[in-house]
Write a protein that binds this ligand. Sequence first.
Ligand code: MD6
Ligand code: FE
Length: 210
Amino acid sequence: MSVDLFADAQPLPEGMVLLPAYASDPGRAAAVWEAVQAVVAAAPPRVMHTPHGTMSVRLTACGAVGWVASAAGYRYVAQDPERPGPWPALPAALRRLAAQAADEAGFPGFEPDTCLLNVYQPGDRMGLHTDKDEADFRWPIVSVSLGIPATFLVAQGQGRPLLRLLLQHGDVVVFGGAARRCRHGVAPVPAARHGLVGARRINLTFRRAR
Ligand code: MD6
Ligand code: FE
């Protein structure tokens, strides 16, 4: 009897490209993890309150601007309202990773000006949303997942079932083209521990905000 390895394969929306274990490639992994730890130490992730309620994940950012939420709404700002001075600079290893992944997915010339970091503890989730605070939707968003595996949810259109994609440590998703406007979210993160990252999932999203 043969096993159909592709029985569960689901077509991805146009413009969504999965690069499995791209960030945990031996040529990148150490520099990426070092850079993530430096950003988190310089600008500790914190809970944000949106007009719709309090987010369960903790957030921070690096780059020329960072995304912040408040009861008044969302926006990209050059100054972190919770710390003196600018956001930490976007580390070169992260900038390179995002640009190379975008290029590989068919979006050459991507120069992110911000990276948002979402830090999940077991049970934390991200509700379905569309990212629409960026100036030009022709640029993709490049997403890097580290730590505990989690289920990424994508709504491909009205009335169609959600696509569910397990994102594991090092997986990179490029979200461009038509997919850029798809609603997406993250199911509650399971209780687990990752050897390097610990009992956390850290997601990085690189964007061209301005
Ligand atoms: C997360 N990701 O994986 C949340 N947004 O924690 C996102 O919201 C996201 O992965 C835009 C493009 C890719 C993403
Ligand atoms: Fe998003």
